[in-house]
Design a binder for this molecule. Sequence first.
Ligand SMILES: Nc1nc2c(ncn2[C@@H]2O[C@H](COP(=O)(O)OP(=O)(O)OP(=O)(O)O)[C@@H](O)[C@H]2O)c(=O)[nH]1
Ligand SMILES: [Mg+2]
Length: 283
Amino acid sequence: MGSLWDEARDTWDRAVSSVDQHRDWSRPSLRARRLWLRRANVPIVVTGRPGAGKTALFEALTDRVSGLGYTTRVSADWERHRVLLRGEATSVRAAFLVVPGQDSPERTRSVARTFKNRAAPVGVIHVVCSGFNELWSGPADGALRDLDPAPTREGNERVRRYLLDLEVQDFAELGQLLREPAVRRRLRWLIIAVAKIDLVWDELGEVRDHYIPGGVSSPFHRVLDGLRSGERSLPPRIAIVPFSGHPEAHQYAPGLYRTPSRLDGNQATALRDNFYDVLGRML
Ligand SMILES: Nc1nc2c(ncn2[C@@H]2O[C@H](COP(=O)(O)OP(=O)(O)OP(=O)(O)O)[C@@H](O)[C@H]2O)c(=O)[nH]1
Ligand SMILES: [Mg+2]
């Protein structure tokens, strides 16, 4: 296994240990501030499945306190923001585009356009969540109707596994877009944000092994390795990091098993600050 994944594992482990070492007064290495009516020239696209935590991640990054001010709701439309990212040695005006997760022909077309045209992104933040997606339509969601899970942890696990498969498919679709010539010319970095890590904090080893190659193989690695070999469609820099934009208990629908959050706001802030470090190194 190449040193790329060893490095990715080190970056992940550093993020995890930053949670224990975090101090309330520590200063993040990067500031992210929204700009109004200012030009921005570094396009960054945030992708991922419905209810994965994309909006929560963006809000946490641009808030002073992680997760405050974020209202839970489905994003029906694209969220476009201009953000000044200022580190010690860098200052970048980024145009953030948060893609709505909901499937529709318009969405598919417009995502493809974003990746094909001359405004192809310089950076992609792809959000995954170990299958703990929010099912916005609740009991009416097709997965719940088909699987009809018992209100137990085992029932929940079936839904989670099913959503984990969809997550891999979605990542494979992103992989197709990364193969576009415009993207291969432009894209410098990819961060895979493993959001909602507060829900799986007691299974961190498994989660890391699912997303980062180097241990037991997983379908997610196959997509990553496919991008890396052959056509070499992985951008020069890649990081896979745990994140928690909005720690809270999770339930697929009322009456079903409730997964508790295992991190508090300070710990989520530590992961946010770690994300700033990672992002700062990409810019
Ligand atoms: N436990 C936990 N819940 C989270 C986290 N981030 C988001 N959530 C919850 O997950 C749900 C979906 O989060 P969003 O950020 O709105 O998801 P999204 O990816 O923007 O979804 P779409 O708008 O459908 O594309 C919300 O109810 C959030 O409160 C997290 O880090 N931990
Ligand atoms: Mg959203």
